[in-house]
Each structure stands twice: as C-alpha cells, then as structure tokens.
Design a protein around this ligand. Structure first.
Ligand SMILES: [Zn+2]
Length: 202
C-alpha cells in the first residue's frame, strides 16, 4: 500500500502548511501501520540534513521539552512522544511531523527565546496541525485553502495555550514577529481571526 505523509510548515512558503516535494514520500514494502512512522523518520532525517543538523544545547532542549509536556497534558493525551528540537539554520520556520517531532529553526528560536509564551505558541500551532491530521492531507491546492488550515491550527493552538496556562495572545505577537516570512497579508488575517475568537472566549 502506498501512503504519503507531508511535513507541516508553519511559517514560510507561499502556501503555508504544504509539503515541499522533497519531503513527500511514496513508500512500498512497509506495512500500512508503520508507514507514517517510517516516513516521518525519513523526512526528519532529510529535514535535519538540509538545515544544518540539530542544535545541541541541553538546557534549551530541556526547556522546549518542558513546554511541550505542559501543552501535551492539556491537548493530546493519547500522544506522549513529542520531541521538540532546533534545526541549526538561520531560516525562520517551524515543522511538525506525524511521529511527534517538532522543529523550530535556530533563526526562529533566536527571535523568541526569552519568552516561553512565544515558544509555546509555535509548539501549540504544530501540535494543532498534527492533531488535525494535516500531515496526512493533500497539500492545499489554493492559497485560500492553505490560509484556512493555518487559521484552524491557530485557533486550536489558542485553546491549547489557554488550557496549559500560557497566554494565547502570544500567537498574535508571534505572527507579527514572523510577518515578513509569510505571504503578504496573512499575518493580519490570522491575527484578526485569533483576536476575534479570543474576544468571544469566556
Ligand atoms: Zn501551520
């Protein structure tokens, strides 16, 4: 059985959360149930190879793990194998894979490193994509569809953040920080959607 998996991209690229071709696989010869893990592991290795490998700093990784665990307790109890790492590249982006691997690039991390709420916003956004199964869906065919997926992930991430005791407004701030790394106008549209939802929250 052929099975495909896509890397979720949170920030860069004209179509937001679609997969670059290189990170898309059609594998034969593996049982269906292990396909996502096999593919995700391959994709993870490729991502690391193309982005300077992983940045190894125990204190940083411990903090990322702590934040992921606090979010995961509130969000996806069926999954406990989140692994958050930093790709050693200046690019600004974040990725999530269906094996629970989440990556922030060093370029992104350096912009938000002193604020756990911002770090949590990135991780929560990726968790939201993975929970929604976006990695198993075909990449969005239009910009509108891509934007809709981003907004869905943002709104779900806001729930995760609030439940775990982080400030959901950090998503709005994050989108300002990475505005220039998104298609023109997206940051504003996403921020409006988040703000509107937060204003209606109890
Ligand atoms: Zn996204």
């Amino acid at each position: 059985m052929l099975h495909r998996v896509f890397v979720c991209i949170i920030l860069a690229g004209a179509f937001g959360c679609q997969s670059p071709d290189a990170s898309r696989y059609q594998l034969a010869g593996y049982p269906a149930e292990v396909q996502p893990t096999v593919e995700a592991t391959r994709t993870a290795h490729q991502l690391e190879d193309r982005n300077g490998g992983v940045f190894d700093n125990e204190a940083i990784l411990r903090n990322l793990h702590r934040i992921a665990v606090s979010l995961q307790r509130r969000t996806a109890p069926q999954r406990e194998n989140w692994k958050v790492q930093i790709l050693n590249t200046d690019k600004v982006n974040g990725f999530g894979l269906p094996n629970g691997s989440i990556y922030l690039t060093r370029g992104l991390y350096q912009m938000i490193q002193y604020d756990d709420d911002l770090i949590a916003a990135v991780i929560a956004h990726e968790m939201a994509h993975l929970e929604a199964g976006d990695c198993y869906k075909e990449p969005p065919k239009t910009k509108d569809e891509a934007l809709r997926r981003e907004i869905c992930a943002d709104l779900r991430a806001a729930d995760f953040l609030r439940a775990a005791g982080y400030n959901p407004q950090s998503l709005v701030e994050l989108l300002s920080i990475i505005e220039q790394h998104q298609p023109a106008g997206w940051a504003q549209i996403r921020q409006n959607a988040i703000s509107q939802t937060l204003s209606m929250a109890p």
